[in-house]
Design a protein around this ligand. Structure first.
Ligand code: AMP
Ligand code: GLY
Length: 414
């Protein structure tokens, strides 16, 4: 029987905890640092995700059989390397391999070297260089700050002024540093995740994420405001193409570079009129994609991870029904938001909830920007959507907001 430690504290980690908890071969699930809402399925350990030393001592004391790392930051800071050195089994890439997410220019360089389709791009290092490039490349255009300027993220500039403003913002804080400017891709966006070990790549079903804060894809880019899976309008042939041209070639490229990847590989992909192209790679489960995918995963996750790590082949089996979920976020998110907002009527809902950023203070309150993920599994997407919106309306939390158009794909894809 397996003893599992999940590292992280959001909705993805709650979904992982639920998934490990339901496996017949899992004895106990711990989450560090977790959040109060995960107590239904896990023991919460107050150790921060970046405190590798304490996580290692804890894993030894508790005879942890597997550490599963949720978020990117500990990975790119070397949690897997540290755990491995201490003799603890960990699922997640090394710091070197995690550059695939941490550094956009590293990812682009590899994609170009191995002919992995992605948006055309340039990397510039100064404001003058960026402005010069923009003057000959009109909008729509996409501006991506690299790891060095983390937090500035991505601007999809539909007009020239937005592009100029984004460049100015970035170089106001740092005079010199890599900035990726890339071609705007038009098409259907989808998230494809896979369990990877070296050249072996085992994909999950496709999920759809909603990145923008508000309805009709308006507002700022966020971590994701809702998701569903499977995605009827993403064709099987696009997924095959993505596997053959993007996911497998990237796994092979990493091996070829001497930095083999072990962990979850996430392709943020766009099916364009010129084929499927890569928007970005992440080195972990997407959030909130993990919540809907793990709700549908029928194969015990600990067995998948151990088999993948042992170099065996695995068959992933999924519930054919539709999982759909909506994020409730604190007003103001993804910018400044309030903490400590009371949330009532949470415990008698007729749907599943993943806690993304809650705390318990004589009642539920929020401590994160994204607070709750309200989710249902049903025969049709429409039914799942109806149930989720009916139940979410019963949650009494006037300080939170949510999108009302998650899963309205019929209207978008007639
Ligand atoms: P990223 O952080 O790279 O995932 O970018 C955030 C979001 O911006 C993506 O999920 C896309 O919706 C959008 N985006 C990023 N790059 C492009 C691109 N080249 N063309 C169109 N949209 C993009
Ligand atoms: N939902 C997108 C991500 O996790 O990056």
């Amino acid at each position: 029987m397996n003893r599992i430690l999940i590292v992280g504290s959001g909705g993805r980690e709650h979904a992982l905890a639920k998934c490990f908890h339901k496996s017949p071969t899992v004895e106990k699930v711990f989450v560090a640092p977790g959040n109060a809402g995960m107590r239904d399925v896990a023991t919460i350990i107050p150790i921060e995700a970046m405190d590798f030393e304490k996580l290692i001592s804890f894993s030894k004391e508790e005879n942890i059989d597997l550490v599963f790392v949720g978020p990117e930051a500990p990975l790119s800071n070397g949690i897997s390397d540290a755990m491995k050195q201490a003799g603890i089994r960990v699922f997640g890439p090394s710091a070197k391999a995690a550059q695939l997410e941490a550094s956009k220019s590293f990812a682009k360089q590899l994609m170009n070297q191995y002919d992995i389709p992605t948006a055309k791009h340039v990397t510039v290092f100064t404001k003058d260089e960026a402005m010069k490039y923009l003057s000959s490349h009109p909008s729509p255009i996409v501006i991506k700050a690299d790891g060095l300027m983390a937090g500035k993220g991505v601007t999809v500039a539909m007009d020239d002024q937005t592009a100029i403003n984004a460049v100015e913002d970035i170089y106001r804080e740092v005079a010199y540093g890599p900035l990726v400017i890339e071609e705007f891709l038009e098409g259907e966006e989808f998230s494809l995740m896979a369990f990877v070990n070296g050249e072996k790549v085992f994909p999950l079903d496709v999920a759809r994420d909603y990145k923008r804060a508000h309805d009709n894809d308006e507002g700022l880019n966020t971590g994701g405001m809702g998701s569903f899976s499977p995605v009827p309008f993403i064709k099987d042939e696009w997924v095959k193409e993505a596997m053959n041209n993007i996911m497998i070639p990237m796994a092979k490229a990493m091996v070829d570079q001497g930095i083999p990847f072990t962990g979850m590989l996430y392709g943020g992909l766009m099916a364009t009129s010129n084929g499927v192209k890569t928007i970005e790679f992440n080195v972990r489960f997407g959030d909130p994609e993990a919540e809907v995918l793990l709700a549908r995963l029928l194969t015990p996750i600990d067995q998948i991870v151990f088999d993948v790590m042992d170099g065996k082949d695995v068959n992933l089996s999924f519930d054919p029904r539709f999982a759909l979920g909506v994020v409730m976020a604190s007003k103001g998110y993804p910018l400044n938001f309030e903490k400590g907002i009371p949330i009532r009527n949470l415990d008698d809902l007729g749907v599943d909830v993943c806690h993304m950023g809650t705390d318990w203070d004589n009642g539920w309150v929020n401590k994160g920007g994204r607070v709750l993920f309200v989710m249902d599994l049903d025969e049709t997407l429409e039914k799942a959507r109806e149930t989720v919106y009916k139940e979410i309306a019963r949650i009494d939390a006037p300080g939170l907001f949510y999108r009302s158009d998650i899963g309205r794909w019929k209207e978008e894809h007639v």
